[in-house]
Design a protein around this ligand. Structure first.
Ligand code: PBG
Length: 327
């Protein structure tokens, strides 16, 4: 049969498929999220995230050594304080858990890019991402505390700060606090398009940060919305973000694409704890091929337009990228 176009011609061999491949990946684009907690000499596995751990600062080094060996060059630190209060004071304490972890990480691995999550939910007794006024989060009072938190991370040596709270105006508030104190070269990766998502369930168990009442729908986005995602992304660009993130990743790749097209900044996609837990559970049952599924999820996020991929599978992905199993 006469046919001018036969797309299968370019799929004939692995060599040819690799030659015409449209999405290339590199471990340089990976970020590994990690949990660090107050206390001494403890490493605890997270129930709903098998293979992921909470480390006390004195045990963080062993994890960082392993990660650095895999070729991952960047980590995102989350802190779990021993003491929580109404105003999340451990979030911005100079000797707080993240501040100490950053110092330790930079001391042991100065070459590692250390990003800090800037939020209050792990530090407040009520588990909300800001200070309360009645039953609602007080946006503008929270901004001051977020700016103070980001500044304390930069002072501890963080290479980048990543606000995940979804308060209005936080990027501007943080940019201005950093600039006023001489940290004008510290970039902000904003969780610009962050949805109120059930995919964060395992993380909240890991960080003990589930809200004690209500939910996060008055600040995180409604997952039915698309235009609003663009509004959020463009606002953060205007406020001075250096990188914008879409979160979660897997069910939100349409928005990774749209944000990619709407902004000139690098775009990050965060494959969150629920995505990790689902893959782990199915793999443990022998229902899916873990490595193949994780590589496919990552490749599709890059194809959608992500420049940066945050994943609890980052160390494995770095390895699989080197072995040519992805990209
Ligand atoms: C803090 C924060 C959360 C995540 C990242 N930063 C939890 C939340 O918003 O409830 C979720 C990460 C994950 O699920 O892997 N606000």
């Amino acid at each position: 049969m006469e046919m001018l176009q036969r797309p299968r011609r370019l799929r004939g061999s692995e060599t040819l498929r690799r030659m015409v491949r449209e999405t290339r990946v590199s471990p340089a684009s990976l970020v590994y999220p990690m949990f660090t907690m107050d206390g001494e000499n403890r490493v605890e596995e997270i129930d709903a995230m098998p293979g992921q751990f909470r480390y006390t600062v004195d045990r963080l080094g062993e994890a960082l050594d392993r990660i650095a060996e895999t070729g991952v060059r960047s980590v995102m630190l989350f802190g779990i304080p021993a003491h929580k209060d109404e105003i999340g004071s451990q979030a911005y304490a100079p000797e707080g858990i993240v501040q100490r972890a950053v110092r330790r990480a930079k001391e042991l691995h100065p070459e590692l890019l250390v990003i800090t999550d800037v939020c209050m939910c792990e530090y407040t007794s009520h588990g909300h991402c800001g200070v309360l006024c009645g039953c609602d989060v007080d946006n503008d009072r929270t901004l001051e505390l977020l700016a103070k938190t980001a500044l304390s991370h930069a002072e501890a040596g963080a290479d980048m700060v990543a606000p995940s709270d979804m308060m209005d105006g936080r990027v501007r508030a943080i940019r201005s606090a950093l600039d006023q104190h001489g940290y004008d070269r510290t970039p902000i990766m904003s969780y610009a398009v962050k949805f109120a998502s059930s995919f964060y369930g395992p993380f909240r168990e890991a960080a003990g940060s589930a809200p004690s009442f209500g939910d996060r729908k008055s600040y995180q986005m409604d997952f039915h919305n698309r235009r609003e995602a663009l509004k959020e992304a463009l606002m953060d660009v205007e406020e001075g973000a250096d990188i914008v993130m879409v979160k979660p990743a897997m069910s939100y790749l349409d928005l990774v694409r749209e944000v990619r097209q709407a902004v000139c900044l690098p775009v990050a996609a965060y494959s969150v704890s629920g995505e990790y837990a689902m893959v782990k559970a199915a793999a443990a049952n022998g229902w899916i091929d873990e490595a193949k599924i994780v590589c496919e999820m990552a490749a599709c996020a890059y194809r959608a337009g992500a420049d940066i991929y945050l994943s609890y599978y980052a160390p494995e992905l770095a390895q699989w990228m080197r072995e040519g199993r992805i990209g």
